[in-house]
Design a protein around this ligand. Structure first.
Ligand SMILES: Cc1ncc(C[n+]2csc(CCOP(=O)(O)OP(=O)(O)O)c2C)c(N)n1
Ligand code: SF4
Length: 307
């Protein structure tokens, strides 16, 4: 694994000058992820903040072949490209190696693009799907998605007298993708860049579909200070809200175990979207979130053979 200094000298595929908000987690995830690559790339990008803000015509921040696909079909788009590549390769019409990646936000991945992702995974295309999970539909104004955690305030789950924020827990998409029995699945965080780049290398090297879910805070939607974006992800890992693990050819492995599991409250209190939970009448929701994190963590430890 190269040092951070060495990685920083590698060319950036996503350049500066894009219009993502200051402190947005998405470009941090993309830049770190693509440091793992040393061959040319073709990327498909579902509609969402990353796509909208990085390719405002006639400009682009991408230094690779890049396709804007619809909100619902980034995985189908890249499948077609990869199939065409395989055919051209067979005909000896393309020299060298290429890799294929699809990017989507959680809305484009957990919800509306899920069928195309699931289909592409089942068909066995060789591509990496990276979800930058900011836990809501941010680009259209912070609406809840199936990745939004219990209790979070969004514009479609406003905390007030009627409801105390979102009423359901988030969907465990990383586990759902692991259930597709594809060669590689992982959960990553930009706070742990070494872990992230190592997993991305495995994902790009996999001889079939790979899925990587990256926590990617949105300062606007999470209502935290943009300078704390990476810190917010670190606390997510330390509280076990966002465990770092991989499923490599069916083998579950924890890649980081916090020395001391911190209460999830530490993560919640960093973000304005959970402010209302700290009122006495909503305290039980924090307890519910903690119980959920504890249960999922125990399940994961078992799957990874840690207990
Ligand atoms: C079929 C369809 N429905 C709705 C939209 C409008 N739309 C564009 S981006 C977006 C939200 C994207 O959310 P997410 O995928 O989580 O990415 P983020 O904006 O958070 O980066 C929506 C609803 C659309 N483009 N296509
Ligand atoms: S709204 Fe959120 S996800 Fe979108 S660019 Fe800004 S910080 Fe990033």
């Amino acid at each position: 694994m190269p040092s951070l200094k060495e990685l920083s000298r590698q060319p950036e595929i996503l350049t500066g000058g894009h219009r993502l908000c200051a402190g947005c987690g998405a470009p941090i995830v993309v830049r770190q992820a693509l440091k793992a690559l040393d061959v040319p790339l073709v990327a498909a990008n579902a509609t969402g903040c990353l796509e909208v803000a990085s390719a405002i015509y006639p400009y682009t921040a991408w230094r690779c072949s890049w396709i804007h696909s619809a909100f619902e079909n980034a995985a189908a788009t890249i499948s077609g490209v990869e199939a065409a590549y395989r055919s051209l390769k067979r005909q000896d019409k393309i020299p060298g190696e290429f890799r294929f990646v699809a990017f989507g936000g959680d809305g484009g991945t957990f919800d509306i693009g899920f069928q195309s992702l699931s289909g592409a995974a089942e068909r066995g295309h060789r591509f990496v799907y990276i979800c930058y999970d900011n836990e809501a539909y941010m680009n259209t104004g912070i609406q809840r998605s199936s990745a939004t955690p219990l209790g979070a305030e969004t514009t479609t789950t406003p905390a007030g007298e009627v409801i105390p924020g979102k009423r359901q827990h988030r969907k465990d998409l990383t586990a759902i993708m692991a259930a597709h029995d594809i060669p590689y699945v992982a959960q990553v965080s930009p706070s742990h860049w070494n872990d992230l780049v190592t997993k991305m290398k495995k994902a790009f090297d996999a001889e079939g579909p790979a899925f990587v879910n990256a926590i990617a805070p949105c300062p606007r939607g999470w209502r935290h200070d943009g300078s704390l974006t990476v810190e917010v992800t670190r606390v997510a890992v330390e509280t076990c809200y966002w465990p770092l693990y991989e499923v490599d050819h069916g083998k579950w492995r924890l890649t980081y175990k916090p020395r001391e599991k911190k209460p999830v409250e530490e993560w919640l209190k960093m973000q304005g979207r959970f402010r209302h939970l700290f009122r006495p009448e909503n305290r039980h929701i924090i307890d519910e979130i903690q119980a959920y994190v504890d249960r999922k963590w125990e399940e994961l430890l078992k799957r990874c053979g840690e207990i």
